[in-house]
Design a protein around this ligand. Sequence first.
Ligand code: KIV
Length: 254
Amino acid sequence: MKARGEKIAVLTAYDFAFARLLDAAGLDVLLVGDSASNVIHGHETSVPITLDQMIDHAAAVVRGVERALIVVDMPFGTYQSNSQLALESAVRIMKESGAHSVKMEGGDVIIESVRRVVSAGIPVMGHLGLTPQSIYKFGSYTVRATDKGEAEQLMRDALLLQEAGCFAVVLEKIPAGLAASVAKRLAIPIIGIGAGADVDGQVLVTHDMLGLNREFSPRFLRRYAELHEVMSDAFRRYVADVKSSRFPSAQESY
Ligand code: KIV
C-alpha cells in the first residue's frame, strides 16, 4: 500500500462487536491497543493491563474479523527485560488469540526483543515518539521529539526497527515535519497518531474518535461521532420507560 501511495486506515478494537463493525467498514488494520487499559478497564495509564487481559481482548477481536490485519499490543513488562521473555509473550499472544502480529514500544533499548520475535516468524510493528507505557519516565503526554537530539534519536530508532525486521512503525504525537521525514526515509509504512498528514496511514483510539469520552480532546483527535450524548440519552430514556412502566409494551411481551 505504501508503494502504491494508498493510505492505511487503522483504528483500535478490543471486542467482538466493534471488531465486526470496523472490519465491515473497511479498516485495513485493527490494533488491539493496550489503550484498553484506559478506555475499557478504567485505569489512568496503560501500565496495569496484563498479558492475559490483552489475549482475551485479541481473541474476541479475531472472532469478529474476516479481512483486516490484527496487531496486538504487547503490554508493559512482557518484553522489556529480555528477548526470551519477549518471545514467550509474543508466542502466547499468537497461539492463544489467533492474531496476526504484535506491537512493542521503544527503539534501541528493546531492539534485541524485536529481533528475537521477528526471527521466530512473528510480524512486529514498532511504536516511537510518545510511548504511553513509559509515562512515568516522561511525566506527561506532551508532544515528543521537539528538540534536535530527541528528533535524531527517533530517526535512528526508526531505522533500527526497520533493520530489525519491523513491518511498520507507529509514530505518536511528534512534529509533523519529523514524521514526514521518517516516512520518506523508511521503506516500511509509518502510521501516525498526532504525527501530521504526510505519513503512510493514521490510527486513532476508536472510543475517542466516537466521542465516548467527553473529557479527552487532544488537538490530534477528530471526533466522528458524539456517542457520549447518543448513549446517555438512550440510557436515560430506558430508565424513564422502566420507572414509568412504559417498557415493555404489550407488543414487546409474550
Ligand atoms: O494502545 C493504543 O491504542 C496505541 C495507539 C494509540 C497507537 O498504541
